[in-house]
Design a protein around this ligand. Structure first.
Ligand code: S6P
Ligand code: ZN
Length: 186
């Protein structure tokens, strides 16, 4: 540090959603890892197993579960379908139930699929520039309905945590499928 002026440690490309810098953590989920979330999981061929369904780039400035902090990330979903169901994220509730989250669409097109604790499920179209506030106690999942990568930014509390188990047990009560070329929640 010189004269108390620091260099910027992380960079965000608002066109591509790319995050770079020493503290950026990258994770990915292959179709093989998440195939059980799809209705027609048997349609994931051996060839498709290693295909990346989505990647997440994230900045975690504090330890997970620290109260008062924020996490920031970019999710990049590949285009494609398993059977007639669009490639989607696993989806989760937050473990700390009353924590919300912001999602915004950076590029591509898709849907934000939401489900409350009474299993009421709905979806919101996401296009470049759209910002969505997800309230606490609402499970959230992204689905790519376009032909390109679907890139979504997110910011969430560092003590939110991820409850994937409830979704593994009950699933979302609706699925987003392609009906004659139209994304339809059934
Ligand atoms: C975290 C936030 C996103 C998701 C990402 C992957 O609270 O909602 O960063 O983690 O979109 O989805 P999932 O359901 O596999 O965590
Ligand atoms: Zn979340």
């Amino acid at each position: 540090m010189e004269n108390n002026i620091l260099k910027c440690p992380i960079f965000y490309n608002s066109t591509t959603g790319d995050l770079s810098g020493e503290e950026i953590v990258q994770s990915k989920r292959t179709l093989g890892e998440i195939k059980s979330i799809f209705k027609d999981s048997d349609k994931v061929t051996e060839n498709d197993e290693n295909k990346v369904a989505y990647k997440v780039l994230a900045h975690f400035p504090v330890e997970e579960n620290t109260s008062g902090g924020l996490f920031f990330g970019t999710s990049i979903l590949s285009p494609g379908k398993v059977g007639d169901e669009y490639i989607m994220t696993k989806g989760h509730f937050h473990s700390k139930k009353d924590t919300g989250e912001y999602y915004w669409c950076i590029s591509g097109e898709g849907m934000l699929i939401l489900m409350d604790e009474d299993n009421k499920c709905w979806a919101i179209e996401m296009k470049k520039g759209a910002i969505h506030y997800i309230p606490g106690k609402v499970a959230h999942r992204l689905a790519n309905t376009g032909n390109e990568e679907f890139v979504v930014g997110a910011c969430w509390p560092s003590d939110a945590g991820h409850d994937y188990d409830t979704i593994v047990k009950t699933g979302f009560s609706k699925r987003l499928i392609d009906v004659n070329g139209t994304p339809t929640l059934v």
